[in-house]
Design a protein around this ligand. Structure first.
Ligand code: CO8
Length: 243
C-alpha cells in the first residue's frame, strides 16, 4: 500500500477511514498474505495524525476521530498478514506508530529523515497503546527516554536504538522490502500468526477492554483550552518554519 495524500500524508479522518477499508479488504482476501506500507510522497512516510482534526472541532468530532485512530491501530497491530514498513521519509508520531505496528521496519538511510513519537513536543501525551507498541519494539528504557523527550531520531539513530530493523539506500528499498516479505512468507501462516498473536495479544486486549474510556480520556484532554493553545502554537511554528 502506497500512501498518497500530499503534501505530508497526514492521517485525517478521511485518510484513516479509507486506509481501514483497504486493510479490511486485504485481510479478508485469502490470496493476500502480506502487505508492504510505503509512501508515494517524496521525503515523507507520514506526518502523523492530522492536527487539524484535533484542533477547534466539536467533542463529537474528537470522539469520532479517536475511534477511527483506535480502529486503525487495532487492525494494524492485530493483522494476520505479514506487515513490513518501507519507511522512505520522515515519520513522526502517528506515522511512527504505523511503522511500529509492522512485523519489520526498513528505513532509507537519509540523515534528513526522522522518526519517533514526538507527542511531548506538541504538549500532548502519547496514549498507553502508542507507548505499549513502542516499549514492545525498543524496550522500556529507550521508550521512556524517547517518549519523555518527544525525540525524533535520525535514521541511523533509530537503527541503533532498534526502532527500525534495517537501513538501506533509497534505490534498494523496494527490493529489500520484497526480500524480507519473501523470507517471512516462507513460514507456515498458522504458526507465524499464532506466534504473532501470542506476542501482541495482551496489549491489544488492553485497548479493546478500555476503548470507550480511552475515547473519553482523549476527548477530555484534547478539548482543554491549554491543549488547544499548544496545538495552535505548534501549527503556527510549522507555518513560520516555512517562511
Ligand atoms: N497535521 C496537519 N497538518 C500538517 C501536519 C500534521 N501532522 N504536518 C504538516 N502539516 C502541514 C503543515 O502545517 C503545512 O501546511 P501549510 O502548507 O498550510 O503551511 C504542510 O502540511 C506542509 O508541511 P511542512 O511545510 O512542514 O512540510 P515539510 O516537508 O517541511 O516537513 C514534516 C514535513 C517533517 C512532516 C513537518 O511538516 C512536521 O514536522 N510536521 C509535524 C509532524 C508532527 O509533529 N506530527 C504529530 C501529529 S500528533 C500524532 O500523530 C499523535 C497524536 C496522539 C494524540 C494523543 C493525545 C492525547
Amino acid at each position: 500500500m502506497k500512501f498518497k495524500s500530499p503534501p505530508v500524508n497526514s492521517l485525517s479522518l478521511d485518510f484513516i477511514t479509507e486506509f481501514c477499508i483497504g486493510l479490511e479488504k486485504l485481510e479478508n482476501n485469502r490470496e493476500c498474505r502480506g502487505v508492504i506500507f510505503t509512501s508515494a510522497v517524496p521525503n515523507i512516510f507520514s506526518s502523523g495524525l492530522d492536527i487539524t482534526e484535533m484542533c477547534g472541532k466539536s467533542m463529537e468530532h474528537y470522539a469520532e476521530f479517536w475511534r477511527a485512530v483506535q480502529e486503525m491501530w487495532l487492525r494494524l497491530y492485530g493483522s494476520n498478514m505479514v506487515t513490513v514498513a518501507a519507511v522512505n521519509g520522515s515519520s513522526p508520531a502517528g506515522g511512527c506508530l504505523i511503522a511500529l505496528t509492522c512485523d519489520y521496519r526498513i528505513m532509507v538511510e537519509n540523515p534528513k529523515f526522522v522518526i519517533g513519537l514526538n507527542e511531548a513536543q506538541l504538549g500532548i501525551v502519547a496514549p498507553f497503546w502508542f507507548k505499549d507498541t513502542f516499549v514492545n519494539t525498543v524496550g522500556h528504557r529507550v521508550a521512556e527516554r524517547s517518549l519523555q523527550l518527544g525525540s525524533l531520531h535520525s535514521a541511523s539513530e533509530a537503527h541503533r536504538l532498534g526502532l527500525v530493523d534495517e537501513l538501506v539506500p533509497e534505490v534498494k528499498l523496494q527490493e529489500k522490502a520484497a526480500a524480507v516479505m519473501a523470507q517471512w512468507l516462507a513460514l507456515p501462516d498458522h504458526a507465524r500468526q499464532l506466534t504473532k498473536s501470542m506476542m501482541r495479544k495482551a496489549v491489544l486486549d488492553r485497548l479493546v477492554a478500555h476503548r470507550e474510556e480511552d475515547v473519553q480520556n482523549f476527548v477530555n484532554f484534547i478539548s482543554k483550552e491549554s491543549i488547544q493553545k499548544s496545538l495552535r502554537m505548534y501549527m503556527e511554528m510549522l507555518k513560520k518554519k516555512k517562511r
